[in-house]
Design a protein around this ligand. Structure first.
Ligand code: AHR
Length: 503
């Protein structure tokens, strides 16, 4: 089967915001405790942070990490996580039916972000709390000194403010499961007033208001319209979430789900434009897709803990999806969708980063390793920076119950004008047929293939686990070439490919 396309240096979607490759860490399961933080671990640094995990996060070059939740944030007291550790209270976490020692709080997280070269994106609690705690938190984090909260931060050992720019106004406030759930009008008013107060402190903060938790929510997309009616003038981004799964074991359907993601983005872009027009506004709002990933493998196993049958354990193994090769393809497809929509999706966070539905897994006291999905995320984060190209693309298609015209091959391309490279990310969704890809490269001179990485496996269910950590891993590809001005590559059935072109 053949697929053809044209990439022209002047056909551009947008300059990709580096923060498209962000991630998320929540006080949930073993994300924090025995994930990033484990003072007794052989690799722990002076802050108790696992250096083996830090190294993997650095390898991913994660630009931003959202913290501390997630559902957790909606009953979280940020003040519990400051001051001497021995004085910090143990709290029951109502979102995940666990307990939290609060050994990790804003200071520890900030240190960890510095160690991993990433920026913080902080969420305020608009569930059980509100404007007052939010403004105090911002003052604690960002004010230099000479006020109650900033001086407390200094007394707690941090002289300089952290100057965090990105702030989430709550989490999934449309969800009835959320502690302090609100309807769209209640939330819109609270978010607007909180944003106003935060902007009164610093008008340059980047504020993110909650959109829908997913596009199956009964309130979607009216939720976005109502919330933006109240907040359009005082926020910068609207947050969306979406998780993907294949519980029926139907690969063709599963691998078409990025169409659902695409529909979601396009619809919310429409809502943003509608409210902008209605308000006669000149301002633009963008999408912050601050939770996305595959999440379904661990659902059954988690049920008992979440139903409270096991008390209030500290850092139990929750949401520990073990990803397979099929999920590599899915994560590649999701990332391609974000690249193609990078004119409207400016920030995105894989949810999450360590242990909890995560590309990095750890064993308490043991190893840290790369799950299968680590690799498509790694390639996109490393090489997907620059300008997203607007490709023309012709390829045979298939239909599913929900989506028509799903191309067997899915391709995105990014031009990095700084180093002159063009990187093509391609997924073949076909179970048995190779796709012969030919992309005409126009407006680029003298490109040749400088790197080609391929992920394939004869078993869609193959996984990377503690005692077999490299079962699914990229290998150097062969056969991709630039002939004249055309890139050709044979995309093997069910494969993920990253092809870099340079001089
Ligand atoms: O990432 C896991 C959970 O998924 C988050 O806590 C919540 O925001 C979402 O429902």
């Amino acid at each position: 089967m053949e697929a053809t396309g044209i990439a022209h240096s002047q056909f551009k979607v947008a300059q990709i915001d580096d923060r498209l490759y962000g991630a998320f860490l929540e006080h949930l399961g073993r994300a924090i405790y025995t994930g990033i933080y484990e003072p007794d671990h052989p690799t722990a640094d002076e802050n108790g942070m696992r250096q083996d995990v830090i190294e993997l996060v650095k390898e991913l070059d994660v630009p931003v990490v959202r913290y501390p939740g997630g559902n957790f944030v909606s009953a979280y007291n940020w003040e519990d996580g400051i001051g001497p550790k021995e004085n910090r209270p143990v709290r029951l976490d109502l979102a995940w039916h666990t307990s939290d020692s609060n050994e990790v709080g804003i200071h520890e997280f900030a240190e960890w972000c510095a160690s991993t070269n990433t920026q913080m994106m902080l969420a305020v609690n608009l569930g059980s709390r509100g404007l007052d705690e939010a403004r105090n938190f911002v003052e604690y984090v960002n004010h230099p000194g000479g006020s109650y909260w900033s001086d407390l931060r200094r007394a707690n050992g941090r002289e300089e403010p952290w100057n965090v720019r990105m702030w989430c106004l709550g989490n999934e406030m449309d969800g009835p499961w959320q502690i302090g759930h609100k309807d769209a009008v209640e939330y819109g008013k609270l978010a607007a007033e909180t944003a106003k107060a935060m902007r009164a402190f610093d008008k340059n903060l980047e504020l993110i208001v909650c959109g829908s938790s997913h596009s199956n929510m009964p309130t979607y997309p009216q939720w976005e319209a109502t919330v933006l009616e109240h907040t359009y003038d005082v926020v910068d981004y609207i947050s969306l979430h979406m998780y993907f799964g294949n519980p029926e074991g139907n690969a063709a359907n599963y691998l078409a789900l990025n169409h659902k993601l695409d529909d979601y983005i396009v619809a919310v872009q429409g809502v943003i434009n509608f409210i902008k027009a209605k308000k006669r506004s000149k301002k633009d709002i963008y999408i912050c897709f601050d939770e996305w990933n595959v999440w379904y493998h661990s659902r059954e196993q988690d049920r008992k803990i979440l139903e409270g049958q096991q008390g209030w354990p500290h850092a139990p193994a929750l949401l520990e999806d073990i990803y397979n090769f099929e999920d590599v393809l899915q994560v590649g497809l999701i990332l391609n969708t974000f690249i193609r929509r990078s004119d409207v999706v400016k920030i995105a966070c894989i949810a999450q980063l360590v242990n909890v539905i995560a590309p990095i897994m750890t064993e308490k006291g043991g190893d840290a390793w790369r799950q299968t999905i680590y690799y498509p995320y790694y390639f996109a984060s490393r090489f997907g920076r620059g300008t997203a190209l607007q490709l023309t693309f012709e390829c045979p298609t298939y239909d599913t119950e929900n989506y028509k015209g799903v191309t067997f091959a899915d391709v995105s391309a990014v031009h990095n004008e700084d180093d002159g490279t063009v990187t093509v990310f391609a997924i073949n969704r076909h179970a048995t047929e190779t796709v012969d890809l030919a992309i005409s490269l126009q407006g680029f001179d003298g490109l040749t293939v400088i790197d080609h990485q391929v992920m394939t496996h004869d078993d869609l269910r193959a996984v990377n686990v503690a005692d077999n950590q490299k079962e699914v891993a990229p290998k150097a590809g062969t056969g991709a070439a630039v002939d004249g001005d055309t890139l050709t590559a044979a995309l093997a059935p069910y494969s993920y490919q990253m092809i870099r072109l340079g001089r």
